[in-house]
Design a protein around this ligand. Structure first.
Ligand code: 1HA
Length: 270
């Protein structure tokens, strides 16, 4: 597929093709482990994809076919977080997780090879996950001295159930693509050489659909788990729809024209 680069980065590849933005971690020598810079770049790309009106769906993936992402780069893990060139320890992947859930466009994890640790959580928070047959899934926190008790625990449990989520975290085992499919952790498994074409076919089906309906559904799926913040997101979308109405425009127009608003012509639905 003729992906065109949207912006050049050091540790990711950010590209565009027919309504789809693709954010791909480009550190295959480290199984696509992320540093603070990787996450900063992914975060900026996600924001660009959000603002870009051409983009209807985002693919999150990793380069090389051997790994989606192996989590935080343990070689730059310092005192209190992962350390970048500014020497500041960070856990900025948590903000990226929030962005993935908040962006009002579907995000699809395209997983080849390892999705492990904080890399596993990244696919968990995506709307959909499509796995190649070589994909392997798991958490490692209790083994390497870490844990993600946020979406990594509670949202994972929503997906696979409490017993399975606790097994995944307490045992730190790896699960193959078929096992992931069986526990509802991924949507589909395909041969590695069909991973991108299948993902693009799914993207195209989504791109044919109503953007506002998709947006409202994503916010609705999030609302319950995200509590007040989830309701804020859904309510924001309700405001967006209201702003599109003549009724809301009458309020604004009356204010600007320094007259009393006349809402009498608008229906009071039962
Ligand atoms: O838990 C959190 C967080 C929680 C709260 C808030 C923020 C968080 C942020 C991050 C995280 C975490 O991600 S903790 C979990 C960190 N990740 C891991 O424990 C996974 C470590 N990697 C592995 O277990 C394995 O490498 C692998 C199962 C993914 C692949 O195994 P394989 O195919 O045998 O390859 P391997 O030889 O191990 O790896 C290839 C190279 O990549 C190695 O380097 P080399 O010896 O060639 O120099 C290996 O060291 C490197 N590598 C792989 N993963 C990482 C890594 N280097 C640094 N960090 C990694 N995560």
């Amino acid at each position: 597929y003729p992906w065109e680069t949207i912006k050049e980065y050091q540790e990711i590849i950010f590209s565009y093709y027919e309504g789809i933005a693709k954010i791909s971690i480009n550190r295959p020598h480290k199984r696509n482990a992320f540093t603070p810079l990787t996450v900063k770049e992914m975060s900026e790309a996600m924001e660009i994809a959000r603002q870009d009106e051409r983009v209807g769906v985002i693919i999150l993936t990793g380069e090389g076919g051997e790994a989606f992402c192996s989590g935080g780069d343990q070689s730059v893990r310092g005192h209190g977080g992962y350390v970048g060139e500014d020497s500041v320890p960070r856990l900025n992947v948590l903000d990226l997780q929030m962005q993935i859930r908040r962006i009002p466009k579907p995000v699809i994890a395209m997983v080849a090879g390892y999705a492990i640790g904080g890399g596993h959580v990244l696919h968990v928070v995506c709307d959909l996950s499509i796995a190649a047959d070589n994909a392997r899934f798991g958490q490692t926190g209790p083994k390497v001295g870490s844990f993600d008790g946020g979406f990594g625990a509670s949202y994972l449990a929503r997906i696979v159930g409490q017993k399975k989520a606790r097994e995944i975290w307490y045992l730190c085992d790896q699960y193959d693509a078929q096992e992931a499919l069986d526990m509802g952790l991924v949507n589909k498994v395909v041969p590695l050489d069909q991973l991108e074409e299948t993902t693009i076919a799914w993207c195209r089906k989504i791109l044919d659909k109503s953007p506002i309906a998709l947006r409202m559904l994503k916010a609705s799926f999030n609302a319950e788990l995200d509590g007040q913040a989830g309701i804020q997101q859904l309510a924001g979308d309700a405001t967006l729809l209201y702003y599109l109405s003549e009724e809301a425009k009458e309020g604004k127009d009356a204010f600007l024209e320094k007259r009393k608003p006349d809402f009498s012509k608008f229906p009071k639905f039962p």
